[in-house]
Design a protein around this ligand. Structure first.
Ligand SMILES: Nc1ncnc2c1ncn2[C@@H]1O[C@H](COP(=O)(O)OP(=O)(O)OP(=O)(O)O)[C@@H](O)[C@H]1O
Ligand SMILES: [Mg+2]
Length: 322
């Protein structure tokens, strides 16, 4: 199921210091629905080889696979393939991963529970469940108050909001993003009654709830948000590129004496705070390096963009060379 927290869990493991210590090589690749074998091989190789030369891009799939095999031979590696939709991905690649009994691991995430049966995985799939009430509340409270505790007056409405999220982390963080900027009882009460239940059985039902988040965005943030739909699914968007594209498209405007870059950066942080945009990579100075939009939110952007005729002027895919 979408938004259950698969990527979040695996990312936490992947970045754990013990995991970093144990494995000689680690690689993280987002697969997504449409994939090219060559892109996957290049993506995996780029984690192990700094600055892939032009020569690599000229190689055939098989030559790339052989390079990968030789690189990994005898090493203990961890390769994550995030968001697999089709078992052919693994069947296409498995011959390039040497099995030297060194404790290496290839880890997949997928919305399809049965995929682990088709790829003959060494371990049964770890199936994430929906969060119970207390777990959901813990996610919600942390998202809204960071380390703090929900004040008494808001608790009742917070719990009602949480109940409508049906234990789905994605829904919980979006709802939290909707209420965290306004801690008044009137606002929380309003949201608790107007939020539609996030129907976990049918992601299309999220749309109503996402509409609520969208409609409560300040007007200057809406085009910046819709623009995110122009990036391909699961694409890690470099923040500098996003900021320049927003500016080039005329989606951010100078306010007072502030520079466009600063305004754009504030929009970025605002969308992250509202959980409409997720951080992927952080730089050593704690600034966001890359960010990502969840597939469901991306679908929402595409729909909304069409509805609001945003496509015609600002939404040209050819601008987004990835
Ligand atoms: N334990 C958690 N605590 C706080 N937030 C979480 C937790 N798990 C997931 N989230 C949040 O929920 C959202 C969805 O999570 P994530 O992207 O990991 O889901 P997913 O299962 O990988 O979804 P998909 O199937 O679409 O790839 C993210 O914004 C993430 O930050
Ligand atoms: Mg994911």
């Amino acid at each position: 199921m979408a938004g259950l927290g698969k990527t979040t869990l695996v990312k936490t493991l992947y970045n754990h210091e013990l995991v970093q210590y144990i494995f000689d090589f680690r690689s993280w690749t987002c697969v997504s629905q449409v994939y090219q074998k060559k892109d996957l091989l290049l993506s995996i190789l780029s984690s192990f080889i700094d600055d892939l030369t032009y020569e690599f891009y000229e190689m055939s799939d098989h030559q790339l696979g052989e390079k990968l095999y030789r690189k990994l031979k005898g090493c203990r590696y961890l390769v994550v393939l995030d968001d697999i939709w089709d078992c052919r991905v693994w069947n296409d690649l498995k011959m390039y991963f040497p099995d030297d009994k060194t404790g290496s691991r290839v880890l997949f995430t997928s919305r399809d529970i049965d995929l682990s049966l088709h790829v003959q995985s060494a371990r049964p799939a770890h199936v994430l469940r929906l969060r119970n009430e207390d777990e959901s509340w813990a996610i919600f409270e942390k998202k809204v108050f960071r380390m703090g505790i929900c004040p008494n007056g808001l608790g009742k409405y917070g719990r009602m909001i949480n109940e409508k999220c049906k234990g789905l982390p994605l829904a919980i963080v979006i709802a939290a993003g909707l209420v965290k900027n306004n801690l008044s009882i009137t606002w929380w009460e309003k949201i608790s009654t107007s939020l539609h239940s996030f129907m976990v059985s049918d992601p299309r039902q999220y749309i109503d709830s996402l509409d609520l988040s969208y409609n409560h965005l300040p007007p200057h943030l809406r085009p910046c948000f819709l623009f995110l739909g122009a990036f391909p699914e699961d694409y890690e968007v470099p923040v500098t590129k996003l900021i320049w594209l927003w500016i080039a498209q005329g989606l951010v405007h100078e306010t007072g004496s502030r520079m466009l870059e600063d305004v754009a950066e504030e929009c970025l942080m605002d969308l992250i705070k509202r959980s409409l945009l997720m951080t992927s990579r952080i730089k050593s100075d704690n600034q966001v390096k890359t960010c990502r939009i969840h597939d469901l939110l991306r679908d929402f952007c595409l729909r909304k963009a069409e509805e609001e005729n945003f496509l015609s002027n600002n939404y040209k895919y050819e601008y987004i060379s990835v």
